[in-house]
Design a protein around this ligand. Structure first.
Ligand code: B12
Ligand code: SF4
Length: 449
């Protein structure tokens, strides 16, 4: 999966614009290339790096624009480093910005109200180069936002839940999406929904599944655990070709879930629901977060055992609780003086501890995290994972999905592989290249503590 923002923005550019997209995860950005206007989309932890890129382009007279969640929240800060900042959704703001740019009248900030979901346009799928990432699947959005309010989530308090008309989504899949044809076409009918929570409205989800079933595609999505409590939903998803679901389980400790305001997860139901999904031909993968306020040394020491007790275990995301600045959690932690001194935006990568949890020392959290990453991503666990899950269902594409997820689980070992970092905010310096250019061009670091 990769971010779809570049092909989304490209789809909003006028027909006469020549558009190129670069994803720095897949290919280096040619810093000497000539463009008129460059749009940046980045996660919080890449803010300093994006400022550096912007400064290098601006030195050569290229105009730059920042957008996305960080830019919307820190608009004033961004205005110092980019020629324009989009603080709202792209569908209304990007065309207005480009019109102004062409007249030489680009403003410093754009914040028009969002478009209605029916006006969300198809991405420029033709610009995705699958040779840069041969296992990438095209992504599509059916909805935005989420109806829940987990206190650590960047959506909470900012994005209401809304969904596109089903016919628009189906039309995009049938006629617009370009498929990845590498590996003898193994993935040529596969795509991912990029929605934060495809199950935000179970009624919409079931209608969408009914419309998807005749297309005979294979797809994955993220949704909340509560949706899977209803057998009708699991059945509708499986019949529609859903083979992969990611759900944020976050913790197997009730106190930790309580501290996150994640009430839709019921730990007593986890095992049965995972088993049902696998038996229906759906790989239910989940994510866990360590370092939340309910966590204790005892819970984290026992976590590998708890995981072993789950027969159909499939964890694909392991992170450290991150108090993003726009969240209720950040305000609570900051108000209580628990943000670690020296926290910078780079530390907001979900692998660096930025706060003092209530019941643990920061170094204890990071030590547990390292140990968990090594254990969960170990080869013996993957062997056991294949052994337990491969034969659980005979649904088409199920076995391929299980086999393909092994490397994803092994990659959890890479989370904190950088030996030069302690992964505790305030103790690690910026990446060298960024730090050097920032010093040379006198670009200040964004400090959050
Ligand atoms: C694909 C994806 C990934 C991919 C690619 C990540 C990447 N670097 O781009 C992978 C699997 C690698 C990934 C990993 C991670 N992800 Co991720 N991921 C997503 C996912 C599912 C879809 C992103 C997407 O393409 N959405 C569709 C596009 C169109 O929407 P969007 O990104 O939300 O952007 C909207 C606006 O912000 C705005 N916008 C964004 N950029 C720009 C730029 C301009 C110029 C403009 C005008 C507008 C604009 O336009 C969009 C439409 O409104 C989102 C969930 C989601 N639905 O967004 C999470 C999400 C982006 N991920 C998240 C997180 C936390 C992570 C990880 C940190 C988790 C972890 N610890 O492993 C890592 C970070 C990896 C890394 N270092 O880059 C959070 C982001 C938190 C944040 N900083 O805002 C999200 C929102 C999930 C969540 N609800 O918590 N992720
Ligand atoms: S359920 Fe997921 S997307 Fe929704 S608010 Fe909670 S963490 Fe965010």
């Amino acid at each position: 999966m990769q971010s779809a923002v570049p092909e989304l923005i490209a789809g909003l550019c006028p027909d006469h614009a020549e558009v190129e997209i670069y994803n720095e995860k897949e290919i280096n950005i040619p810093l000497d290339r000539d463009w008129d206007l460059v749009f940046f989309s980045y996660l919080h932890s890449y803010y300093e790096h994006t400022k550096v890129l912007s400064a290098l382009f601006r030195q050569r007279g290229i105009k730059t624009v920042a957008g996305g969640r960080h830019a919307s929240h820190f608009t004033r800060d961004c205005e110092q480093f980019f020629d324009a900042v989009v603080a709202g959704e792209p569908e209304t703001n990007v065309p207005a910005l480009i019109r102004d740019f062409e007249r030489g009248e680009m403003k410093s900030t754009y914040n028009l109200p969002p478009a209605v979901p029916a006006d969300i346009k198809s991405y420029r799928y033709d610009l995705i180069d699958f040779s840069h990432n041969r296992v990438r699947m095209p992504g599509i959005e059916a909805s935005r936002g989420c109806p829940f309010s987990c206190n650590f989530c960047v959506l909470t308090g900012w994005e209401t839940y809304r969904y596109r008309p089903i016919k628009n989504v189906i039309n995009e899949i049938e006629f617009k999406v370009r498929w990845n044809r590498h590996y003898f076409g193994l993935l040529k009918n596969s795509f991912m929904f990029l929605d934060n929570n495809l199950g935000g409205s179970p009624v919409y989800l079931r209608e969408l599944c009914a419309a998807l079933t005749p297309l005979k595609k294979t797809w994955g999505c993220a949704l909340t655990f509560n949706v899977l409590r209803d057998d009708r939903n699991i059945k509708a998803l499986a019949n529609a070709g859903c083979r992969y679901i990611y759900t944020g389980l976050e913790s197997l400790n009730p106190e930790s879930l309580e501290s996150m305001n994640k009430r839709q997860n019921k730990i007593s139901e986890v095992d049965e629901i995972i088993r049902k999904c696998f038996a229906s031909g759906i790989l239910l993968s989940f994510g866990l977060i360590v370092g939340s306020d309910g966590d204790t040394n005892e819970y984290l020491e026992r976590l590998p055992d708890y995981l072993s007790e789950l027969k159909y275990f499939s964890i694909t995301f392991l992170g450290i609780m991150c108090p993003y600045p726009e969240t209720p959690l950040f305000h609570k932690i900051k108000g209580e003086g628990r943000l670690l001194p020296g926290t910078i935006s780079r530390d907001y990568d979900c692998y660096t501890l930025c706060h003092r949890p209530t019941s643990m020392h920061p170094s204890e959290v990071v030590d547990h995290f390292r140990r968990l990453c090594r254990k969960v991503g170990s080869i013996s666990r993957i062997g056991r994972y294949y052994w337990t899950n491969l034969m659980a269902s005979a649904m088409p594409s199920y076995k391929l999905t299980i086999l393909g997820s092994g490397p994803e689980i092994i990659s959890l070992k890479n989370n904190i592989r950088n030996d030069r970092r302690r992964y505790i905010a305030g103790l690690d310096s910026l990446e060298q290249w960024d730090a050097d250019v920032m010093q040379e061009l006198q670009i200040p670091v964004q400090r959050l503590s």
